[in-house]
Write a protein that binds this ligand. Structure first.
Ligand code: AMP
Length: 510
């Protein structure tokens, strides 16, 4: 027998098995009226009412429904219900400019656009056939008055979602995820993180980003409660962990650094000690951050690696039994690797050092962009664009984005490796290592540093700190200090912006 693997399964099971339980706790403090605590039965009922609303609008199966929103229960509802209703959900990054949102809405041909009230003015110029503000207008779309329609029965190979990747040079590309992609990602993720109905998941990751890594599906399938967090803030995360008994969170390294900062001011015992598991990805976590999460917060550190194009799960690094008795530094070093392939994923390293992947989480294609699809899937492997190595234990370590590798004096330098060493200096709050043009070296290893509040360090001191810990040619030749580093909504440092100022005079960019 073959039953389609669809996002519906997660919502159906949550309703059937955990209907009376609180499924979603909405953000209390938001511009739209908060939904408060919603049971899984109510989430499913509202989801079907949303389906009935789209039916009434004449928006048919396979049509796109775009949504631009900070984290909110209604955004979760859209992610769960729109694909289950046979339409395609297009969650858009809330930090994008009006022009970028206009491009995405036009490119995917969305007939419906839902907008966070906070973004109403900023996005007032984005046209859409049915544009509604999340709140009153959204609520009016939901049709509770019609006979409850059963869920549509989407095909597992139908597109469930389209997530646009941040294009730094070219236009953003729309990553088409099928129901099957999402299903396999969520179930495999749930298996490796051992999620259960005892878990409480706090949304510290923007839900638009790769559909919250597919965790909304994984958590719904096992009836875990999902707590919405609208804005990432270290102290607020600690408060919510305490208030809601949170057990699982996910996010980029920058999120955990903000929690570590807040923990220094926290009165009393850190909540969630020996209970919370954090899942880190999106950028390489510095080993100092890993060691501090475990020592200062008492939270279990887990790393995964993947891309929007892979749903995202490709590799996973969970503290295994063999790590239990290691010294904290060695344990952090082992956990700083991206991990081993998730069940059902195959990895390879190309001749040029690029990480290649095969598996059921790899995208179907880029929306309306066959050239990019062909390039990404050339030779039957997905090309990640990341450089990496695999050690004898089968663990993958990401060395750099292909375009971020520094070539100095003919040697390749992994900016990630250098960043890790610079970051191990206690005065450093943030660091990005880039190559800047140089007549002698071609590119010169340069560290751009933000100092921690009240801490001091100078160029010579930081360079001295790196000597002995890195091969000579990898040691930064120059250190510059900044007040902050530009980051994306998902916590990635925008290196291309940092590089711009140095390369502009060189008349070239590599
Ligand atoms: P995105 O599609 O926005 O999720 O970005 C995916 C990219 O984030 C990957 O290609 C990597 O460059 C980076 N990334 C994700 N997870 C990790 C990780 N665990 N370690 C290092 N880089 C990562």
């Amino acid at each position: 027998m073959r039953v389609p693997l669809t996002t519906r399964d997660f919502l159906d099971r949550a309703e059937l098995v955990y209907g009376d339980r609180i499924g979603i706790v909405d953000e209390p403090d938001q511009p739209a009226p908060s939904l408060g605590d919603v049971t899984w039965r109510e989430v499913a009922r509202r989801g079907r009412a949303l389906q009935a609303g789209l039916d009434a609008l004449g928006v048919g199966a396979g049509e796109r429904v775009a949504v631009v929103s900070h984290n909110a229960a209604r955004l979760l509802e859209v992610l769960l219900a729109v694909p289950s209703s046979g339409r395609v959900a297009v969650p858009v990054n809330f930090r994008l400019s009006q022009e970028e949102v206009r491009y995405i809405v036009g490119h995917c041909g969305a007939r419906v656009l839902m907008v966070d009230p906070e973004l109403e003015t900023a996005l007032s110029g984005v046209p859409a056939e049915h544009k509604l503000i999340i709140g009153e207008e959204y609520e009016q779309l939901l049709r509770f008055d019609t006979e409850p329609v059963p869920w549509a029965e989407p095909d597992e190979d139908a597109t469930a979602t389209i997530n646009y990747t941040s294009g730094t040079t070219a236009r953003p590309k729309g990553v088409q995820m099928t129901h099957r992609n999402e299903w396999v990602n969520a179930v495999t993720f749930g298996l490796h993180m051992q999620v259960s109905d005892r878990d409480v998941y706090l949304h510290t990751l923007p839900m638009f980003h790769c559909n919250g890594w597919g965790l909304p599906y994984a958590m719904a399938g096992v009836g875990a409660r999902q707590v919405v967090l609208r804005k990432v803030d270290g102290a607020e995360i600690l408060r919510r962990v305490e208030q809601h008994g949170v057990t699982v969170m996910s996010g980029a390294p920058a999120v955990w650094n903000s929690v570590l900062d807040a923990a220094e001011q926290w009165d009393g015992e850190i909540p969630g000690r020996d209970r919370v598991r954090v899942i880190v990805a999106g950028a390489p976590p510095p080993s100092r951050t890993i060691a501090r999460i475990e020592a200062e917060l008492g939270w279990e550190f887990n790393q995964i690696y993947g891309l929007t194009e892979t749903a995202p799960l490709l590799t996973v690094n969970r503290p295994r039994a063999e790590f239990d008795d290691l010294e904290p530094e060695e344990r952090a070093r082992r956990l700083s690797r991206a991990g081993v392939p998730a069940l059902g994923t195959r990895l390879a390293i190309s001749e040029t050092g690029e990480v290649l992947a095969q598996g059921n989480t790899v995208l179907a294609g880029y929306w309306d962009n066959p050239d990019a699809t062909g390039e990404a899937l050339e030779g039957g492997w997905f090309h990640t664009g990341d450089g990496g190595t695999v050690d004898e234990g089968g663990y993958l370590t990401i060395s750099d984005r292909k375009k971020d590798v520094i070539i100095t004096g003919g040697e390749n330098v992994s900016s990630i490796e250098v960043e890790d060493v610079v970051f191990s200096h206690p005065a450093v709050a943030e660091v990005a290592v880039i190559g800047v043009p140089d007549d002698k070296w071609g590119e010169m290893v340069t560290a751009i540093v933000v100092l921690a509040e009240g801490e001091q360090a100078d160029e010579a001191g930081l360079i001295a700190h790196c000597r002995g810990k890195l091969a000579g040619y990898k040691v930064p030749k120059r250190v510059e200090f900044r007040d902050e580093l530009a980051r994306t909504a998902t916590g990635k440092i925008q290196k291309f912006k940092l590089r711009e100022s140095f390369w502009v005079d060189a008349g070239r960019s590599i």
